[in-house]
Design a protein around this ligand. Structure first.
Ligand code: ADP
Length: 319
């Protein structure tokens, strides 16, 4: 590759800017020409592409969101859209593309590989739902935001001897709920990957209250259902009075943690080095501390598994 472009796509996450910075600076370091695409695949198809230099990515490592913005782009799912996207790159002599985003964005990257573009995917999503990487860019920050919110809820819940239900993001992947729940000493963690019996959960809560527990925190991943419905069921089952907090998009904002910045920096630079080594159609990740690439095709056809050891640990400690 001689010239590359970078884009962010799908839902944004903290650390995307740090990843953009790393891609741009590393590519320039290795003597490549670098372009940025605004608004993900929408900008790619509509030719919103500009040249980048070292200063273009100054003062962004600490910022949430993405300076390149992101957009949903249904047109990218059509062959016509994919050809247009590839053509807009080719006419500038751009032969490599780094896509920072989630599962859907990876699918788009795979389609561009079939159009002859050399692609690399970086896992940018707070949900941690991409297989073949232990963590995604933004997950660490999202978990710390949830933990911080639960700390605050805990203060007021213990004053009132109430239970608190916290609904967090994660439609198919319960990792935010699991890790934030474990880190905040939640009494129950409800995730889409593991079946649970709400009646048992509520009986145990009732028992714990009677034995002197002053508050309880239940963390629910949105994929399980609405926090409001869980609250109603707990009430109907054992008369437990709980308050629901839906954290929503707050989980996607704010300054990235140092872990996310470092992860994004390592992965961004790694993507460029792998492109230079001739790899393409790969997603970059980190497994047990080692940077790895995996075929995008394999990534999009696999499902992230929940860490059952972590889930069991949370159960043992929530007595
Ligand atoms: P995420 O990347 O966070 O999973 P989306 O699923 O919304 O977010 O995907 C982001 C964009 O990727 C979509 O708007 C679309 O342009 C592109 N995309 C998603 N799925 C495909 C697909 N099957 N083929 C081509 N492009 C796709």
């Amino acid at each position: 590759v001689k010239s590359i472009a970078v884009l962010t796509s799908g839902g944004d996450s903290q650390g995307m800017n740090a990843a953009v910075r790393a891609v741009v600076r590393s590519a320039l370091f290795y003597g490549l020409e670098v372009y940025a695409v605004q608004r993900g695949y929408y900008g790619l198809i509509n030719d919103d592409i500009r040249k980048m230099d070292l200063r273009s990515v100054g003062d962004i490592i600490q910022r949430g969101g993405t300076i390149l913005q992101t957009a949903r782009c249904p047109e990218m799912k059509t062959l016509e859209g994919q050809q247009k996207a590839a053509e807009n790159l080719r006419k500038r002599g751009i032969d490599g593309l780094v896509v920072i985003g989630g599962d859907g964005s990876y699918q788009g990257a795979y389609k561009l590989t079939q159009q002859g573009i050399k692609t690399m995917g970086l896992p940018g999503t707070i949900d941690n739902d991409i297989p073949f990487t232990d963590v995604t860019i933004g997950f660490d920050t999202a978990v710390s935001i949830v933990v911080d919110a639960i700390n605050k809820l805990r203060d007021t819940m213990s004053s009132h001897e109430r239970s608190s239900i916290v609904e967090v993001m994660g439609r198919h992947c319960g990792d935010i709920a699991l890790y934030a729940g474990l880190a905040s000493g939640a009494e129950a963690i409800l995730v889409p990957e593991v079946k649970f019996d709400l009646q048992k959960v509520s009986c145990r809560m009732k028992e714990n209250f009677m034995n002197g527990k002053k508050h309880s925190i239940i963390v629910v991943a949105e994929g399980v259902g609405k926090g409001e419905n869980i609250a109603k069921e707990l009430h109907d089952c054992c008369g437990i009075d709980s308050r629901v907090t839906v954290l929503g998009h707050i989980q996607r904002g704010g300054t990235p943690t140092h872990n996310d910045r470092i992860l994004a920096s390592r992965l961004g630079d790694f993507a460029i080095r792998k492109l230079l080594e001739g790899e393409s159609g790969k997603g970059c990740g980190i497994i047990k501390g080692e940077l790895v690439t995996t075929d995008i095709e394999k990534i999009v056809n696999s499902k992230k598994q929940i860490n059952m050891d972590m889930y069991q640990l949370a159960l043992r400690l929530s007595q």
